[in-house]
Design a protein around this ligand. Sequence first.
Ligand SMILES: NC(=O)C1=CN([C@@H]2O[C@H](COP(=O)(O)OP(=O)(O)OC[C@H]3O[C@@H](n4cnc5c(N)ncnc54)[C@H](OP(=O)(O)O)[C@@H]3O)[C@@H](O)[C@H]2O)[C@@H](O)CC1
Ligand SMILES: [K+]
Length: 508
Amino acid sequence: MKILTAAQTRQLDQATIREQHLLSVELMERAAAAFIQWFSSYFTPAEAGETLIICGPGNNGGDGLAIARLLLQRGYAVRVSLLPAEKQSSDWQHNRKHLPAAVPVANLSPQHLPAIAEGALVIDALFGTGLSRPLDGLAAAVVQHLNDAGAHVVAVDIPSGLFADAPQPDDSPVVRAQHTVGFGLPKLAFLLPQNAEFVGEWHVENIGLSTGFIAEAATPWHYTDAAAVAGQLPPRPKFSHKGTFGHTLLLAGSRGKMGAAVLSAGACLRGGVGLLTAHIPGCGYDIFQISQPEAMCLTDKQADFISELPDLKPYQAVGIGPGLGQEAASLAVLRKLLQAAAQPLEKTGQPLPLVIDADALNLLGSHRALLKQLPENAVLTPHPKEFERLTEPARDDYHRLELLRDFAQQHKCLMVLKGAYTCLATPTGELHFNSTGNAGMATGGSGDVLTGLLLALRAHAQLPPVEAVRLGVYAHGRAGDMAAALTGQAGLVAGDIVRHIGPALAEL
Ligand SMILES: NC(=O)C1=CN([C@@H]2O[C@H](COP(=O)(O)OP(=O)(O)OC[C@H]3O[C@@H](n4cnc5c(N)ncnc54)[C@H](OP(=O)(O)O)[C@@H]3O)[C@@H](O)[C@H]2O)[C@@H](O)CC1
Ligand SMILES: [K+]
Protein backbone atom coordinates (compact mmCIF):
# COMPACT_ATOMS: atom_id res chain seq x y z
CA MET A 1 0.00 0.00 0.00
CA LYS A 2 1.33 3.44 -0.81
CA ILE A 3 1.47 6.31 1.63
CA LEU A 4 0.86 9.73 0.08
CA THR A 5 1.50 13.31 1.17
CA ALA A 6 -1.37 15.62 2.14
CA ALA A 7 -1.00 17.39 -1.22
CA GLN A 8 -1.21 14.09 -3.11
CA THR A 9 -4.26 13.12 -1.04
CA ARG A 10 -6.05 16.25 -2.23
CA GLN A 11 -5.15 15.38 -5.84
CA LEU A 12 -6.40 11.85 -5.19
CA ASP A 13 -9.78 13.24 -4.09
CA GLN A 14 -10.00 15.28 -7.27
CA ALA A 15 -8.93 12.37 -9.50
CA THR A 16 -11.57 10.13 -7.88
CA ILE A 17 -14.27 12.73 -8.41
CA ARG A 18 -13.29 13.19 -12.07
CA GLU A 19 -12.90 9.53 -12.92
CA GLN A 20 -16.04 8.31 -11.20
CA HIS A 21 -18.13 11.33 -12.31
CA LEU A 22 -18.96 12.13 -8.70
CA LEU A 23 -20.01 15.34 -7.05
CA SER A 24 -17.51 16.17 -4.34
CA VAL A 25 -20.33 15.98 -1.76
CA GLU A 26 -20.91 12.41 -2.88
CA LEU A 27 -17.32 11.53 -2.01
CA MET A 28 -17.80 13.30 1.31
CA GLU A 29 -20.94 11.23 1.89
CA ARG A 30 -18.91 8.05 1.24
CA ALA A 31 -16.31 9.17 3.74
CA ALA A 32 -18.99 9.94 6.35
CA ALA A 33 -20.71 6.59 5.69
CA ALA A 34 -17.39 4.74 6.05
CA PHE A 35 -16.77 6.54 9.32
CA ILE A 36 -20.24 5.59 10.59
CA GLN A 37 -19.66 1.98 9.59
CA TRP A 38 -16.61 1.88 11.85
CA PHE A 39 -18.19 3.97 14.61
CA SER A 40 -21.37 1.93 14.88
CA SER A 41 -19.40 -1.31 15.02
CA TYR A 42 -17.54 0.13 17.97
CA PHE A 43 -20.15 2.03 20.00
CA THR A 44 -23.85 1.36 20.35
CA PRO A 45 -26.07 4.46 20.78
CA ALA A 46 -26.32 3.62 24.49
CA GLU A 47 -22.54 3.35 24.88
CA ALA A 48 -21.93 6.53 22.92
CA GLY A 49 -24.33 8.66 25.01
CA GLU A 50 -24.65 12.21 23.75
CA THR A 51 -21.80 12.57 21.26
CA LEU A 52 -20.28 15.98 20.63
CA ILE A 53 -19.01 16.61 17.10
CA ILE A 54 -16.60 19.53 16.78
CA CYS A 55 -16.43 20.82 13.20
CA GLY A 56 -13.91 23.12 11.51
CA PRO A 57 -14.56 25.20 8.38
CA GLY A 58 -13.14 22.88 5.70
CA ASN A 59 -14.05 19.49 4.34
CA ASN A 60 -12.99 17.77 7.54
CA GLY A 61 -15.71 19.83 9.25
CA GLY A 62 -17.98 18.97 6.31
CA ASP A 63 -17.38 15.29 7.08
CA GLY A 64 -18.29 16.04 10.69
CA LEU A 65 -21.61 17.61 9.69
CA ALA A 66 -22.47 14.65 7.43
CA ILE A 67 -21.50 12.28 10.25
CA ALA A 68 -23.82 14.17 12.62
CA ARG A 69 -26.75 13.68 10.21
CA LEU A 70 -26.01 9.98 9.66
CA LEU A 71 -25.54 9.27 13.36
CA LEU A 72 -28.86 10.95 14.16
CA GLN A 73 -30.54 8.75 11.51
CA ARG A 74 -29.07 5.71 13.25
CA GLY A 75 -30.48 6.66 16.61
CA TYR A 76 -27.42 8.28 18.20
CA ALA A 77 -27.79 11.44 20.26
CA VAL A 78 -25.51 14.13 18.81
CA ARG A 79 -24.74 17.80 19.23
CA VAL A 80 -22.46 19.95 17.08
CA SER A 81 -20.02 22.76 17.87
CA LEU A 82 -18.79 24.89 14.96
CA LEU A 83 -15.51 26.76 14.77
CA PRO A 84 -16.31 30.19 13.31
CA ALA A 85 -14.31 31.14 10.19
CA GLU A 86 -14.40 33.73 7.43
CA LYS A 87 -15.35 31.14 4.86
CA GLN A 88 -16.47 27.54 4.80
CA SER A 89 -15.95 25.01 2.01
CA SER A 90 -18.88 24.49 -0.36
CA ASP A 91 -19.34 20.88 0.76
CA TRP A 92 -19.38 22.11 4.35
CA GLN A 93 -22.17 24.52 3.40
CA HIS A 94 -24.10 21.73 1.69
CA ASN A 95 -23.92 19.51 4.77
CA ARG A 96 -24.71 22.40 7.13
CA LYS A 97 -27.88 23.04 5.11
CA HIS A 98 -28.86 19.37 5.33
CA LEU A 99 -28.23 19.00 9.05
CA PRO A 100 -31.60 18.23 10.66
CA ALA A 101 -32.90 20.88 13.02
CA ALA A 102 -33.11 18.21 15.73
CA VAL A 103 -29.31 18.44 16.13
CA PRO A 104 -28.33 21.17 18.60
CA VAL A 105 -25.67 23.45 17.06
CA ALA A 106 -23.50 25.95 18.94
CA ASN A 107 -20.80 28.32 17.74
CA LEU A 108 -17.48 28.06 19.52
CA SER A 109 -16.01 31.20 21.07
CA PRO A 110 -13.43 31.77 23.79
CA GLN A 111 -16.32 32.37 26.22
CA HIS A 112 -18.37 29.43 24.94
CA LEU A 113 -16.34 26.29 24.96
CA PRO A 114 -18.63 23.25 25.22
CA ALA A 115 -19.03 21.44 28.51
CA ILE A 116 -17.42 18.02 28.13
CA ALA A 117 -17.73 15.44 30.90
CA GLU A 118 -14.73 13.21 31.57
CA GLY A 119 -14.91 10.14 29.34
CA ALA A 120 -17.62 11.67 27.12
CA LEU A 121 -17.41 10.72 23.46
CA VAL A 122 -16.24 13.49 21.13
CA ILE A 123 -15.76 13.32 17.36
CA ASP A 124 -12.95 15.58 16.23
CA ALA A 125 -13.67 17.04 12.78
CA LEU A 126 -11.86 20.35 13.18
CA PHE A 127 -9.05 19.98 10.64
CA GLY A 128 -7.87 17.21 8.36
CA THR A 129 -5.35 17.09 5.57
CA GLY A 130 -5.97 20.74 4.75
CA LEU A 131 -4.13 21.92 7.88
CA SER A 132 -1.85 24.64 6.52
CA ARG A 133 -0.17 25.93 9.69
CA PRO A 134 0.07 25.04 13.38
CA LEU A 135 -3.08 25.81 15.36
CA ASP A 136 -3.35 29.04 17.28
CA GLY A 137 -6.05 31.34 18.66
CA LEU A 138 -9.50 29.89 19.18
CA ALA A 139 -8.73 26.61 17.37
CA ALA A 140 -5.79 26.02 19.73
CA ALA A 141 -7.97 26.89 22.74
CA VAL A 142 -10.64 24.41 21.62
CA VAL A 143 -8.08 21.62 21.24
CA GLN A 144 -6.56 22.42 24.64
CA HIS A 145 -10.04 22.41 26.18
CA LEU A 146 -10.82 19.04 24.59
CA ASN A 147 -7.55 17.49 25.75
CA ASP A 148 -7.96 18.87 29.27
CA ALA A 149 -11.50 17.48 29.52
CA GLY A 150 -10.23 13.89 29.33
CA ALA A 151 -12.81 13.06 26.68
CA HIS A 152 -12.79 9.86 24.63
CA VAL A 153 -11.95 11.28 21.21
CA VAL A 154 -12.45 9.71 17.80
CA ALA A 155 -10.66 11.76 15.13
CA VAL A 156 -12.02 12.03 11.60
CA ASP A 157 -9.21 11.33 9.10
CA ILE A 158 -6.41 12.64 11.36
CA PRO A 159 -6.25 14.24 14.83
CA SER A 160 -6.70 17.98 14.36
CA GLY A 161 -3.47 19.95 14.53
CA LEU A 162 -1.35 17.04 13.30
CA PHE A 163 0.24 17.37 9.87
CA ALA A 164 -0.17 14.24 7.74
CA ASP A 165 3.43 14.14 6.52
CA ALA A 166 5.59 16.60 8.48
CA PRO A 167 6.39 17.48 12.10
CA GLN A 168 4.65 20.32 13.89
CA PRO A 169 6.33 22.61 16.44
CA ASP A 170 6.58 21.03 19.91
CA ASP A 171 4.30 23.57 21.54
CA SER A 172 1.48 23.56 18.97
CA PRO A 173 -1.65 21.83 20.25
CA VAL A 174 -2.86 18.57 18.71
CA VAL A 175 -5.98 16.60 19.59
CA ARG A 176 -5.23 13.48 21.63
CA ALA A 177 -7.48 10.86 20.09
CA GLN A 178 -8.13 7.32 21.29
CA HIS A 179 -9.07 6.35 17.74
CA THR A 180 -8.36 7.83 14.34
CA VAL A 181 -10.49 6.77 11.41
CA GLY A 182 -8.74 7.66 8.17
CA PHE A 183 -9.89 7.33 4.58
CA GLY A 184 -8.29 5.30 1.80
CA LEU A 185 -4.62 5.05 2.77
CA PRO A 186 -2.66 5.26 6.00
CA LYS A 187 -0.81 8.52 6.63
CA LEU A 188 2.88 8.79 7.41
CA ALA A 189 2.02 10.57 10.68
CA PHE A 190 0.22 7.43 11.94
CA LEU A 191 3.41 5.35 11.83
CA LEU A 192 5.76 7.47 13.89
CA PRO A 193 6.28 6.96 17.63
CA GLN A 194 6.19 10.69 18.35
CA ASN A 195 2.57 10.85 17.16
CA ALA A 196 1.26 7.78 19.00
CA GLU A 197 -0.13 9.89 21.86
CA PHE A 198 -2.30 11.83 19.39
CA VAL A 199 -3.32 9.17 16.87
CA GLY A 200 -4.24 6.39 19.31
CA GLU A 201 -5.42 3.27 17.49
CA TRP A 202 -5.82 4.01 13.82
CA HIS A 203 -8.09 2.46 11.23
CA VAL A 204 -8.29 3.08 7.51
CA GLU A 205 -11.63 2.75 5.78
CA ASN A 206 -11.98 2.08 2.07
CA ILE A 207 -13.94 4.80 0.26
CA GLY A 208 -13.28 3.67 -3.31
CA LEU A 209 -10.55 6.20 -4.16
CA SER A 210 -8.98 6.10 -7.63
CA THR A 211 -6.74 3.03 -7.84
CA GLY A 212 -5.28 4.37 -11.09
CA PHE A 213 -4.11 7.58 -9.41
CA ILE A 214 -2.63 5.63 -6.50
CA ALA A 215 -0.78 3.27 -8.86
CA GLU A 216 0.76 6.23 -10.71
CA ALA A 217 1.57 8.36 -7.65
CA ALA A 218 5.28 8.72 -6.92
CA THR A 219 6.15 8.26 -3.25
CA PRO A 220 9.05 6.85 -1.27
CA TRP A 221 6.66 5.58 1.46
CA HIS A 222 4.99 2.17 1.41
CA TYR A 223 3.03 0.17 3.94
CA THR A 224 3.65 -3.58 3.85
CA ASP A 225 0.34 -5.31 4.42
CA ALA A 226 -0.55 -8.95 3.70
CA ALA A 227 -1.36 -8.15 0.06
CA ALA A 228 2.11 -6.65 -0.48
CA VAL A 229 3.89 -9.89 0.43
CA ALA A 230 1.33 -12.54 -0.54
CA GLY A 231 2.66 -15.15 -2.96
CA GLN A 232 6.25 -13.85 -2.88
CA LEU A 233 7.80 -16.80 -1.07
CA PRO A 234 8.70 -19.21 -3.88
CA PRO A 235 7.16 -22.68 -3.48
CA ARG A 236 9.52 -25.54 -2.59
CA PRO A 237 9.85 -27.63 -5.74
CA LYS A 238 9.11 -31.33 -5.36
CA PHE A 239 12.59 -32.42 -6.42
CA SER A 240 14.44 -29.94 -4.23
CA HIS A 241 17.16 -31.01 -1.78
CA LYS A 242 18.84 -29.25 1.10
CA GLY A 243 21.30 -27.57 -1.26
CA THR A 244 18.43 -25.84 -3.10
CA PHE A 245 17.71 -23.48 -0.22
CA GLY A 246 21.21 -22.35 0.55
CA HIS A 247 23.80 -22.90 3.21
CA THR A 248 24.16 -20.06 5.69
CA LEU A 249 26.84 -19.18 8.21
CA LEU A 250 25.96 -17.48 11.48
CA LEU A 251 28.70 -15.77 13.52
CA ALA A 252 27.15 -15.26 16.94
CA GLY A 253 27.41 -15.69 20.68
CA SER A 254 29.83 -14.99 23.50
CA ARG A 255 29.99 -16.11 27.13
CA GLY A 256 26.67 -15.27 28.75
CA LYS A 257 25.02 -14.55 25.40
CA MET A 258 24.80 -17.97 23.78
CA GLY A 259 21.02 -17.66 23.84
CA ALA A 260 21.25 -15.03 21.09
CA ALA A 261 23.06 -17.51 18.86
CA VAL A 262 20.59 -20.28 19.67
CA LEU A 263 17.53 -18.10 18.94
CA SER A 264 18.98 -16.68 15.77
CA ALA A 265 19.92 -20.15 14.52
CA GLY A 266 16.45 -21.48 15.34
CA ALA A 267 14.86 -18.68 13.33
CA CYS A 268 17.17 -19.32 10.40
CA LEU A 269 16.23 -23.02 10.36
CA ARG A 270 12.52 -22.25 10.65
CA GLY A 271 12.99 -19.69 7.87
CA GLY A 272 13.49 -22.54 5.44
CA VAL A 273 17.26 -22.55 4.94
CA GLY A 274 18.78 -25.77 3.53
CA LEU A 275 21.78 -25.90 5.86
CA LEU A 276 23.02 -23.76 8.70
CA THR A 277 26.47 -23.68 10.22
CA ALA A 278 27.09 -21.56 13.28
CA HIS A 279 30.55 -20.37 14.24
CA ILE A 280 30.52 -19.80 18.00
CA PRO A 281 33.00 -19.40 20.87
CA GLY A 282 34.24 -22.60 22.48
CA CYS A 283 32.18 -22.13 25.65
CA GLY A 284 28.96 -22.42 23.68
CA TYR A 285 29.50 -25.81 22.03
CA ASP A 286 27.34 -28.01 24.26
CA ILE A 287 24.68 -25.34 24.67
CA PHE A 288 24.38 -24.83 20.96
CA GLN A 289 24.51 -28.46 19.80
CA ILE A 290 21.92 -29.54 22.34
CA SER A 291 19.54 -26.67 21.59
CA GLN A 292 19.88 -26.72 17.80
CA PRO A 293 20.62 -30.30 16.68
CA GLU A 294 19.58 -29.41 13.12
CA ALA A 295 22.47 -26.94 12.79
CA MET A 296 26.16 -27.67 12.30
CA CYS A 297 28.64 -26.03 14.61
CA LEU A 298 32.20 -24.71 14.34
CA THR A 299 33.94 -23.60 17.52
CA ASP A 300 36.40 -20.75 17.79
CA LYS A 301 39.79 -21.27 19.43
CA GLN A 302 38.70 -18.63 21.95
CA ALA A 303 36.42 -19.88 24.68
CA ASP A 304 34.48 -16.67 25.35
CA PHE A 305 34.20 -14.80 22.08
CA ILE A 306 34.76 -15.14 18.35
CA SER A 307 38.20 -14.41 16.95
CA GLU A 308 38.36 -16.39 13.70
CA LEU A 309 36.57 -16.19 10.38
CA PRO A 310 35.95 -19.60 8.80
CA ASP A 311 36.45 -20.20 5.08
CA LEU A 312 33.42 -18.61 3.43
CA LYS A 313 33.32 -20.73 0.27
CA PRO A 314 30.48 -23.07 1.28
CA TYR A 315 28.02 -20.30 2.18
CA GLN A 316 25.37 -18.36 0.27
CA ALA A 317 24.74 -15.83 3.05
CA VAL A 318 26.39 -14.86 6.33
CA GLY A 319 24.89 -13.35 9.48
CA ILE A 320 26.94 -11.67 12.17
CA GLY A 321 26.16 -9.96 15.44
CA PRO A 322 23.70 -11.64 17.82
CA GLY A 323 25.37 -11.90 21.22
CA LEU A 324 28.75 -11.24 19.59
CA GLY A 325 30.26 -8.85 22.15
CA GLN A 326 32.68 -6.12 21.14
CA GLU A 327 36.12 -7.68 21.68
CA ALA A 328 38.92 -6.38 19.42
CA ALA A 329 39.30 -9.91 18.03
CA SER A 330 35.62 -9.95 17.01
CA LEU A 331 36.09 -6.56 15.33
CA ALA A 332 38.92 -8.13 13.32
CA VAL A 333 36.55 -10.91 12.25
CA LEU A 334 33.98 -8.36 11.10
CA ARG A 335 36.68 -6.48 9.19
CA LYS A 336 37.80 -9.66 7.41
CA LEU A 337 34.21 -10.62 6.66
CA LEU A 338 33.51 -7.26 4.98
CA GLN A 339 36.63 -7.59 2.87
CA ALA A 340 35.84 -11.16 1.84
CA ALA A 341 32.15 -10.47 1.13
CA ALA A 342 32.99 -7.76 -1.39
CA GLN A 343 34.25 -10.41 -3.86
CA PRO A 344 31.39 -11.34 -6.20
CA LEU A 345 30.18 -14.93 -5.79
CA GLU A 346 30.85 -17.18 -8.76
CA LYS A 347 27.24 -18.38 -8.93
CA THR A 348 25.41 -15.05 -8.71
CA GLY A 349 28.01 -12.44 -9.66
CA GLN A 350 26.79 -10.54 -6.56
CA PRO A 351 28.65 -9.88 -3.31
CA LEU A 352 28.03 -12.42 -0.55
CA PRO A 353 24.71 -11.47 1.16
CA LEU A 354 25.31 -10.29 4.73
CA VAL A 355 22.97 -9.68 7.65
CA ILE A 356 24.58 -7.46 10.29
CA ASP A 357 22.99 -6.97 13.70
CA ALA A 358 23.48 -6.06 17.34
CA ASP A 359 27.13 -5.85 18.48
CA ALA A 360 28.35 -6.05 14.88
CA LEU A 361 26.42 -2.79 14.32
CA ASN A 362 27.91 -1.28 17.45
CA LEU A 363 31.38 -2.19 16.17
CA LEU A 364 30.56 -0.51 12.85
CA GLY A 365 29.34 2.53 14.79
CA SER A 366 32.60 2.84 16.68
CA HIS A 367 34.70 2.17 13.54
CA ARG A 368 32.79 4.06 10.89
CA ALA A 369 35.54 3.80 8.30
CA LEU A 370 34.32 0.21 7.90
CA LEU A 371 30.99 1.45 6.53
CA LYS A 372 32.73 2.16 3.22
CA GLN A 373 33.38 -1.57 2.92
CA LEU A 374 29.77 -2.67 3.27
CA PRO A 375 29.02 -4.91 0.27
CA GLU A 376 26.05 -3.93 -1.87
CA ASN A 377 22.70 -5.05 -0.45
CA ALA A 378 24.09 -5.87 2.98
CA VAL A 379 21.21 -5.95 5.48
CA LEU A 380 21.64 -3.93 8.69
CA THR A 381 19.03 -4.31 11.42
CA PRO A 382 19.53 -1.56 14.01
CA HIS A 383 17.09 -0.42 16.67
CA PRO A 384 16.97 3.40 16.98
CA LYS A 385 19.84 3.56 19.49
CA GLU A 386 22.10 1.37 17.33
CA PHE A 387 21.15 3.45 14.31
CA GLU A 388 22.12 6.62 16.17
CA ARG A 389 25.57 5.11 16.78
CA LEU A 390 25.91 4.62 13.02
CA THR A 391 24.82 8.18 12.17
CA GLU A 392 23.84 11.02 14.50
CA PRO A 393 21.06 11.75 16.99
CA ALA A 394 17.84 12.53 15.12
CA ARG A 395 15.90 15.73 15.86
CA ASP A 396 12.61 13.82 15.60
CA ASP A 397 11.10 10.75 13.93
CA TYR A 398 10.83 12.50 10.54
CA HIS A 399 14.49 13.46 10.66
CA ARG A 400 15.35 9.86 11.64
CA LEU A 401 13.61 8.64 8.48
CA GLU A 402 15.65 11.09 6.40
CA LEU A 403 18.85 9.83 8.01
CA LEU A 404 17.78 6.24 7.38
CA ARG A 405 16.99 6.88 3.74
CA ASP A 406 20.26 8.74 3.17
CA PHE A 407 22.24 5.99 4.87
CA ALA A 408 20.71 3.22 2.72
CA GLN A 409 21.27 5.21 -0.46
CA GLN A 410 24.80 6.24 0.41
CA HIS A 411 25.97 2.76 1.42
CA LYS A 412 23.73 0.88 -1.06
CA CYS A 413 22.51 -1.29 1.79
CA LEU A 414 19.17 -2.39 3.20
CA MET A 415 18.45 -0.72 6.52
CA VAL A 416 15.89 -2.31 8.82
CA LEU A 417 15.08 0.21 11.56
CA LYS A 418 13.28 -1.82 14.21
CA GLY A 419 10.22 -0.46 15.97
CA ALA A 420 6.44 -0.72 16.16
CA TYR A 421 6.33 -0.12 12.40
CA THR A 422 9.76 -1.47 11.46
CA CYS A 423 10.98 0.53 8.49
CA LEU A 424 13.04 -0.94 5.65
CA ALA A 425 15.03 1.62 3.65
CA THR A 426 16.36 0.44 0.29
CA PRO A 427 19.34 1.58 -1.79
CA THR A 428 16.92 3.22 -4.23
CA GLY A 429 15.39 5.38 -1.51
CA GLU A 430 12.14 3.53 -0.79
CA LEU A 431 10.85 3.25 2.76
CA HIS A 432 8.66 0.25 3.58
CA PHE A 433 6.81 0.33 6.91
CA ASN A 434 5.83 -3.05 8.30
CA SER A 435 2.28 -3.68 9.48
CA THR A 436 2.69 -6.78 11.66
CA GLY A 437 4.00 -7.29 15.18
CA ASN A 438 3.00 -6.26 18.68
CA ALA A 439 4.40 -4.77 21.86
CA GLY A 440 4.99 -8.27 23.27
CA MET A 441 7.91 -8.51 20.86
CA ALA A 442 9.73 -5.79 22.75
CA THR A 443 11.60 -8.53 24.61
CA GLY A 444 15.18 -9.82 24.66
CA GLY A 445 16.06 -12.03 21.69
CA SER A 446 13.35 -10.75 19.36
CA GLY A 447 15.95 -9.00 17.19
CA ASP A 448 18.17 -12.11 17.13
CA VAL A 449 15.20 -14.01 15.74
CA LEU A 450 14.74 -11.43 12.99
CA THR A 451 18.42 -11.71 12.05
CA GLY A 452 18.17 -15.48 11.69
CA LEU A 453 15.03 -15.31 9.60
CA LEU A 454 16.47 -12.64 7.30
CA LEU A 455 19.62 -14.72 6.94
CA ALA A 456 17.60 -17.70 5.72
CA LEU A 457 15.68 -15.57 3.23
CA ARG A 458 18.81 -13.82 1.91
CA ALA A 459 20.26 -17.25 1.08
CA HIS A 460 17.19 -18.05 -1.03
CA ALA A 461 18.35 -17.86 -4.63
CA GLN A 462 14.96 -16.87 -6.04
CA LEU A 463 14.22 -13.98 -3.70
CA PRO A 464 15.57 -10.55 -4.71
CA PRO A 465 17.15 -8.69 -1.75
CA VAL A 466 14.39 -6.14 -1.07
CA GLU A 467 11.60 -8.71 -1.39
CA ALA A 468 13.46 -11.12 0.90
CA VAL A 469 13.88 -8.54 3.64
CA ARG A 470 10.38 -7.09 3.36
CA LEU A 471 8.94 -10.58 3.53
CA GLY A 472 11.15 -11.54 6.48
CA VAL A 473 10.22 -8.46 8.48
CA TYR A 474 6.54 -9.07 7.78
CA ALA A 475 6.73 -12.80 8.68
CA HIS A 476 8.67 -12.03 11.88
CA GLY A 477 5.88 -9.68 13.01
CA ARG A 478 3.20 -12.10 11.95
CA ALA A 479 4.88 -14.92 13.89
CA GLY A 480 4.94 -12.60 16.90
CA ASP A 481 1.23 -11.89 16.47
CA MET A 482 0.43 -15.60 16.23
CA ALA A 483 2.52 -16.30 19.31
CA ALA A 484 0.92 -13.46 21.28
CA ALA A 485 -2.54 -14.86 20.50
CA LEU A 486 -1.52 -17.87 22.61
CA THR A 487 0.77 -16.37 25.26
CA GLY A 488 -0.55 -12.82 25.57
CA GLN A 489 1.84 -9.95 24.93
CA ALA A 490 3.40 -9.92 28.40
CA GLY A 491 4.06 -13.66 28.33
CA LEU A 492 5.66 -13.65 24.89
CA VAL A 493 9.34 -14.67 24.70
CA ALA A 494 11.55 -14.70 21.63
CA GLY A 495 11.47 -18.50 21.39
CA ASP A 496 7.70 -18.27 20.86
CA ILE A 497 8.35 -16.16 17.75
CA VAL A 498 10.73 -18.83 16.41
CA ARG A 499 8.06 -21.51 16.88
CA HIS A 500 5.56 -19.50 14.85
CA ILE A 501 7.81 -18.64 11.89
CA GLY A 502 6.71 -21.81 10.11
CA PRO A 503 2.97 -21.05 10.33
CA ALA A 504 3.60 -17.39 9.44
CA LEU A 505 5.51 -18.35 6.29
CA ALA A 506 2.92 -20.99 5.43
CA GLU A 507 0.24 -18.28 5.50
CA LEU A 508 2.14 -16.38 2.80
N1 LIG B 1 -9.00 12.15 1.52
C1 LIG B 1 -10.19 11.92 0.97
O1 LIG B 1 -10.28 11.14 0.10
C2 LIG B 1 -11.38 12.65 1.41
C3 LIG B 1 -11.25 13.73 2.27
N2 LIG B 1 -12.27 14.28 2.86
C4 LIG B 1 -12.08 15.16 4.00
O2 LIG B 1 -11.54 16.39 3.59
C5 LIG B 1 -10.50 16.75 4.49
C6 LIG B 1 -9.61 17.77 3.87
O3 LIG B 1 -10.41 18.87 3.69
P1 LIG B 1 -9.82 20.31 3.36
O4 LIG B 1 -8.82 20.19 2.31
O5 LIG B 1 -10.95 21.20 3.13
O6 LIG B 1 -9.05 20.67 4.68
P2 LIG B 1 -9.44 20.83 6.23
O7 LIG B 1 -8.43 20.12 6.98
O8 LIG B 1 -10.84 20.50 6.49
O9 LIG B 1 -9.23 22.38 6.58
C7 LIG B 1 -9.08 23.36 5.63
C8 LIG B 1 -9.61 24.65 6.19
O10 LIG B 1 -9.00 24.92 7.42
C9 LIG B 1 -8.25 26.14 7.33
N3 LIG B 1 -7.05 26.00 8.09
C10 LIG B 1 -5.97 25.22 7.81
N4 LIG B 1 -5.08 25.29 8.81
C11 LIG B 1 -5.59 26.12 9.72
C12 LIG B 1 -5.14 26.59 10.98
N5 LIG B 1 -3.97 26.19 11.50
N6 LIG B 1 -5.89 27.43 11.67
C13 LIG B 1 -7.08 27.83 11.19
N7 LIG B 1 -7.57 27.44 9.98
C14 LIG B 1 -6.84 26.58 9.28
C15 LIG B 1 -8.02 26.33 5.88
O11 LIG B 1 -7.84 27.70 5.66
P3 LIG B 1 -6.59 28.22 4.76
O12 LIG B 1 -5.43 27.28 4.93
O13 LIG B 1 -7.11 28.23 3.38
O14 LIG B 1 -6.31 29.55 5.32
C16 LIG B 1 -9.31 25.80 5.31
O15 LIG B 1 -10.34 26.73 5.46
C17 LIG B 1 -9.87 15.44 4.81
O16 LIG B 1 -9.05 15.47 5.93
C18 LIG B 1 -11.10 14.58 4.98
O17 LIG B 1 -11.61 14.71 6.30
C19 LIG B 1 -13.62 13.71 2.58
O18 LIG B 1 -14.60 14.62 2.73
C20 LIG B 1 -13.70 13.16 1.20
C21 LIG B 1 -12.68 12.19 0.93
K1 LIG C 1 -9.77 15.77 12.43
